[in-house]
Design a protein around this ligand. Structure first.
Ligand SMILES: C[S@@+](CC[C@H](N)C(=O)[O-])C[C@H]1O[C@@H](n2cnc3c(N)ncnc32)[C@H](O)[C@@H]1O
Length: 328
């Protein structure tokens, strides 16, 4: 771990140490050898990928962010009143844009003390920490740069905590991973702490597919950005121009799937492993899933992890759900 005090109210811990190694190459190789072939979603989010995601959030087709923002704006005071939280921990915090709504609600009742942004994307955590320290004069920020599937125990122990997981990020995890992830969140929480889950709901296919196939092509750029990131980590010769973006709704599994489809016969070489992956034209690699839920499915995953659901909010079109749950 590398801890550096950037500012007297900011602490940043970095837990991503294994960033250029054969272990990492092996992890990526096992995904590429699986059926279907896949790459880990977390590799979308280098600094450029995080910037692309921020821009996607503002697209007209990407209804998710503005709907979740509006829901938070409506219910933030109520959430802070119920939870009594003086500390906000946010997993997969990204640009922490919607987070300001919760921080403001905490500040209004003089409860705002501590914010813990936790994200795999180093640049964005450092940027957000500086921004928020400037915006909120007494707020202490303890950023954690790490993988929330591996480093959950590094969440600092604190006060009366509200742990937020927004942006539909739970939907990016496969069902067994989502279950294990929620169990690890639960384990890290104290009895009486609250968990706020923003979850994307099952809706019509046209709306869902349009959100991942925007006319400006940002989603395609975001999808292809995983290739230079994997190239930088492993040296593998992925060429983004040799792939096309595909995003489709898989109805039985109620999830959007993003794929990169090879446009030609090609061979990808991983130099450290001296391993070659032949890809035929038309062969695809799964890069992201975004599972959509309904209230029952959301309640099931929360209660399986041990949580008790306290409140469920949704918008008038039932596109987004906000579940507030606690650890008894
Ligand atoms: C869908 S975005 C949501 C961002 C933000 N919470 C929002 O609501 O707009 C997912 C976020 O989770 C982060 N992330 C993805 N996988 C991660 C992992 N395994 N560990 C930590 N952060 C991760 C990404 O860097 C990104 O900021």
């Amino acid at each position: 771990m590398n801890t550096a005090l950037d500012h007297n109210r900011i602490t940043i811990d970095v837990h991503l140490t294994d960033t250029h190694s054969e272990t990492l190459d092996e992890e990526i190789r096992s995904g590429l050898l699986a059926s279907p072939r896949s790459l880990p979603t977390k590799y979308f989010y280098d600094d450029y990928g995080s910037e692309l995601f921020e821009r996607i959030c503002e697209l007209p087709e990407y209804y998710q962010t503005r709907t979740e923002h509006a829901l938070l704006a409506t219910y933030a005071d109520d959430i802070i009143h119920i939870t009594g939280a003086d500390e906000l921990v946010e997993l997969g915090s990204g640009a922490s844009t919607k987070t300001r709504v919760l921080l403001d609600a905490m500040a209004h009742v003089n409860q705002l003390q501590f914010y813990v942004p936790f994200d795999v994307s180093e640049g964005i955590v450092r940027r957000v920490a500086q921004e928020l320290a400037a915006e909120y004069s007494c707020l202490r920020i303890h950023g954690v740069i790490g993988d929330f599937l591996a480093h959950m125990e590094h969440i600092p122990n604190g006060g009366k905590r509200l742990v937020a997981f927004l942006g539909g990020t739970l939907g990016n995890l496969k069902p067994d991973t989502a279950e294990a992830f929620l169990a690890s969140v639960y384990n890290e929480m104290n009895s009486g702490d609250y968990f706020l889950l923003g979850i994307q709901l099952i809706t019509d296919i046209e709306r869902l597919e349009a959100a991942y196939n925007d006319v400006s092509g940002l989603s395609a750029q975001f999808n292809k950005n995983i290739l230079p990131v994997v190239h930088n980590l492993t040296g593998a010769n992925f060429d983004p121009n040799a792939f096309e973006h595909v995003a489709i709704y898989n109805q039985p599994d109620h999830r959007i799937e993003m794929w990169l489809r090879s446009l030609c016969n090609q061979t990808i070489t991983f130099p450290r492993l001296a391993w070659h992956l032949p890809l035929k034209a038309g062969e695809s690699i799964l890069t992201e899933i975004s599972t959509k839920y309904n209230r029952q499915l959301a309640e099931n995953v929360l209660t399986t992890a041990g949580f008790t659901l306290r409140e469920w909010h949704t918008d008038s079109q039932e596109l987004l759900g906000l579940a507030l749950a606690y650890k008894p």
